[in-house]
Design a protein around this ligand. Sequence first.
Ligand SMILES: *[C@@H]1O[C@H](CO)[C@@H](O)[C@H](O)[C@H]1NC(C)=O
Length: 309
Amino acid sequence: MWSFSAHSHGASLLIIITTSSLLGVTFGGEGICSAPSIIDSGADSKPLYYKVTNPTLSPSHLQDLPGYTRSVYKRDHALITPESQVFSPLPGWTKTLGAYLITPALGAHFVMYLAQMQEKSISGLPPHDVERFLFVVQGAVKLTNSSGISERLTVDSFAYLPPNFDHSMKCDSSATLVVFERRYASLENHHPKQIIGSTDKQPLLETPGEIFQLRKLLPMSMVYDFNVHIMDFEPGEFLNVKEVHYNQHGLLLLEGQGIYRLGENWYPVQSGDVIWMAPFVPQWYAALGKTRSRYLLYKDTNRDPLDHK
Ligand SMILES: *[C@@H]1O[C@H](CO)[C@@H](O)[C@H](O)[C@H]1NC(C)=O
């Protein structure tokens, strides 16, 4: 059960905890009361981000509730829950279904979509001058660039591809990617480069006044006109700052459940949910439930709002 995630820090820790619990049983039985809750928590036996593609309220469970959806579309925000995500063939890609979740039609300056790559599928290229960021939530892809060098990207890995950068993703069996694209806001003498990484290799950053854990997937350099944050909250933790800011966001809840406040609305949310936040919508999150909340958040940055839209 553990073998596929042997590289994972979390899994190693669990093995240690499990092993010492077993030793506890053997040598005296003290302190084993807490052991079952660790072993029983079924979430740990599932692959990372399993719930994104297998949400609790899957469409089949909603079939007896005609017309019901938690999805909401308003002027300055949208909540797009799994049962209302609509997939169709992704233009330019082969054997891939895509669901555009955020587009300029909402008022966003970027697109965010889920791409479901099937057996022997190949990605297409973004439009001219458009940069691309992708994050693997299920399966694996092989990314090949113009140097002919290939990298295998598995769950929790990501890639940034600069505008007009020749590349392709190939998938042998199946993969689900979340993809962000936007027209690059260029700066003189600045040239973005291909970046490949994985969340667990990114350092934790200081979050003064806040309790959540923060990682940024792209360098905090002026070259890049956006970043993607990974934010972790334990149940009961919440954002201290009730933010209102000029940046726009696209969010995918990767793990957990909680309440998202958007303007005057308070939404119960869970893994698999997508949120669009327009500039200046009041926003706040509190993690609830029994497991960690983790979300992935697009945020435009490093550009003067007068120079760039
Ligand atoms: C192609 O990918 C390799 C490995 O990630 C990298 O070292 C190389 O710089 C990339 N080529 C270009 C043109 O970015």
